[in-house]
Design a protein around this ligand. Structure first.
Ligand code: ZN
Length: 207
């Protein structure tokens, strides 16, 4: 199983990380996390000691349910029928340092526990339209990040079409579809609760 992630997929998030003058990507920006990055449903995230600023990135996650490569965008919707939520934990200070040196930032994104994941629900239970899913994250009861998949720069189907040019998609692969504006650090003792619409998908602690 592999985890494909999309960076810079919400315009306002691109602005908050890179400034208003940063050019938006012309094609999806992909990176991967290894399967060892999975943080199982509602288990605590233990803050690692190799960096000092760990950010949450709340994302809609799609689970691939068919084998495919070079998938045409028109048929991409046939490759998933379940959605979940994930937190793409990012060692932001480490990522900044690596980016400033022009180095790959893999270790700041793919470390153990960096891919928190929820249970999956049928797309129909998430409103039925992959391009109109409301989601948000509460930290300690206060909403910190909210988004709707309609604001993605590249839709799920476009991501699948693009990613499958390079990577054969397999059953069980996960696609983290990018985070909206509002990322920020987590701290020991925080409680993270993530929702699709009003439905709670995640509820776990930072330790
Ligand atoms: Zn992300």
């Amino acid at each position: 199983m592999k985890i494909i992630c999309v960076g810079m997929n919400y315009a306002k998030h691109v602005d908050e990380l890179h400034g208003m003058d940063f050019k938006r990507p012309e094609e999806p920006v992909l990176f991967m996390k290894p399967d060892s990055a999975i943080l199982r449903v509602n288990t605590p995230f233990y803050i690692p000691d190799f960096a000092s600023e760990f950010h949450y990135e709340t994302e809609i996650v799609v689970k691939i349910n068919r084998l495919g490569r070079a998938i045409d965008k028109r048929f991409a919707h046939r490759y998933y029928n379940e959605v979940g939520m994930g937190i793409d934990f990012t060692a932001r200070d480490l990522q900044r340092k690596l980016m400033s040196q022009g180095l790959p930032w893999e270790i700041s994104k793919g470390f153990d526990q960096s891919a928190a994941i929820s249970e999956f629900i049928p797309l129909s239970e998430a409103g039925g339209d992959i391009n109109n899913i409301d989601f948000h994250l509460d930290i300690n009861g206060k909403t910190c990040q909210s988004g709707n998949t309609r604001d993605m720069l590249f839709s799920v189907d476009e991501i699948i079409a693009y990613a499958s040019k390079f990577f054969t998609l397999k059953i069980g692969d996960l696609i983290y579809t990018g985070t909206p504006v509002g990322v920020g650090p987590v701290h020991e003792g925080d409680r993270l609760q993530a929702y699709i619409g009003d439905r709670q998908m995640m509820d776990f602690l930072i330790k």
